[in-house]
Design a protein around this ligand. Structure first.
Ligand SMILES: [Zn+2]
Length: 176
């Protein structure tokens, strides 16, 4: 930044020195060209830095999620699938808790909406799972009524060690 400022002041001095030769109008245009070229280089540099930052840090967040709707299949080994029009898509998950939920036998055959990213190996990485009832979306959670504790994945309650109950909670839209 300091270099650019000193560059501008040098050009301004040159312009003043040239102002007596009767050709100063054209000279001013040239000076303006030099200054804007330097400013342009600085802007380009800033833009390059910003785009580098955004591609490395924000790539995961800015990539739009794909949506799959179909029937969840949790009973074929450890790998959960979603069936869409007779085609089976293998599933992975963004978190271990979500993967364990996708493996829950109680969810077998459910109509689900999956939001996530297609992976290079052909699998689909789920980031959000919803069950669908009568066209409405529900979140899946696990609940211990004894301890009044919510868990994000199937298994026993972390407090009393009793099995938790699978619950589906209607999704309430933010704008309603
Ligand atoms: Zn409990």
């Amino acid at each position: 930044m300091r270099n650019a400022e000193s560059g501008i002041s040098i050009e301004t001095r040159n312009r003043r020195a040239m102002s007596s030769d009767g050709n100063n109008h054209r000279r001013e245009e040239q000076v303006a060209g030099v200054i804007s070229a330097r400013a342009g280089k600085l802007l380009l540099l800033s833009a390059a830095v910003i785009s580098l930052l955004s591609t490395s840090v924000l790539a995961a967040q800015t990539k739009p999620l794909a949506v799959l709707e179909g029937k969840l299949v949790t009973t074929r080994g450890d790998c959960p699938l979603v069936e869409i029009n007779g085609h089976s898509q293998s599933l992975t998950a963004y978190t271990p808790a979500l993967f364990h939920t996708l493996q829950d036998k109680r969810l077998n055959g459910r109509e689900v909406r999956l939001e996530g990213l297609r992976q290079p190996d052909g699998s689909f990485q789920v980031q959000w799972l919803y069950t669908i009832h009568n066209g409405k979306l529900f979140r899946v959670r696990y609940f211990c009524s004894t301890c009044n504790i919510v868990a994000l994945e199937p298994g026993n309650c972390v407090c009393c060690q009793q099995p938790t109950e699978l619950q589906e909670v209607p999704v309430v839209k933010q704008d309603n």
